[in-house]
Design a protein around this ligand. Structure first.
Ligand code: IMP
Ligand code: MG
Length: 179
């Protein structure tokens, strides 16, 4: 197992290994493959954090899929500010399609709320959420998270796409803030 690391001013400790993540991501892809049935789904990757998850998930999704990207700016530091801004909008046609949002993490749900509002405007036939991580203690809304990889405690994590002030995204394992 790798050792503790420092990012900016904080120490993070190894939490979930790359192999465990990959196993979970492949499991999620299998579930969604079943759910999608015969239709060609559209996956909406929420940048930046979901890029690594989406890459492994979509490689494991061994059927036709349309892929789109959106980017919402949220968060600075390790606590949610609730402030969000749309930086990149949907470009693919979603009307009547089976649409899945690929999220790295759902924390308070503020970002998800904005994403859902944005995507709903395009009138998808079905809209579901796939999130690799979910912090139930922090979640403030009632939208169901249809597919969850790991339910985790309300403690900050980095790695596998997730950052702490823009560092840590390229770590292959997940690390948790040490307290
Ligand atoms: P929410 O809007 O509070 O749900 O936060 C969602 C966004 O905040 C995510 O897309 C991440 O970019 C970021 N975030 C939330 N929790 C964490 C964490 O534990 N580590 C890194 N980023 C996080
Ligand atoms: Mg971030």
């Amino acid at each position: 197992m790798p050792s503790d690391i420092r990012i900016h001013d904080k120490i993070f400790t190894p939490y979930i290994s790359h192999n465990e993540i990959l196993e979970k991501v492949r499991f999620l892809a299998g579930k969604v493959l079943q759910d999608a049935g015969e239709e060609t789904p559209v996956f909406i990757v929420v940048l930046k954090g979901s890029f690594m998850f989406a890459s492994d998930f979509l490689k494991a999704f061994e059927k036709d899929a349309v892929i789109d990207f959106i980017r919402i700016k949220s968060y600075e530091g390790t606590t949610s500010t609730g402030k969000t801004e749309v930086l990149l909008d949907v470009t693919e046609k979603l009307q009547g399609k089976k649409v899945y949002i690929l999220e790295d993490i759902v924390d308070t749900g503020n970002t998800l709320k904005i994403v859902l509002e944005l995507v709903q405007k395009h009138q998808p036939g079905q809209l579901k959420i796939v999130s690799l991580f979910y912090k139930p203690e922090a979640y403030k809304y009632d939208y169901p998270i249809d597919f969850v990889g790991f339910e985790i405690p309300n403690r900050f994590i980095v790695g596998y796409g997730l950052d702490y002030n823009e560092l840590g995204r390229n770590l292959k394992n997940i690390y948790q803030l040490k307290i």
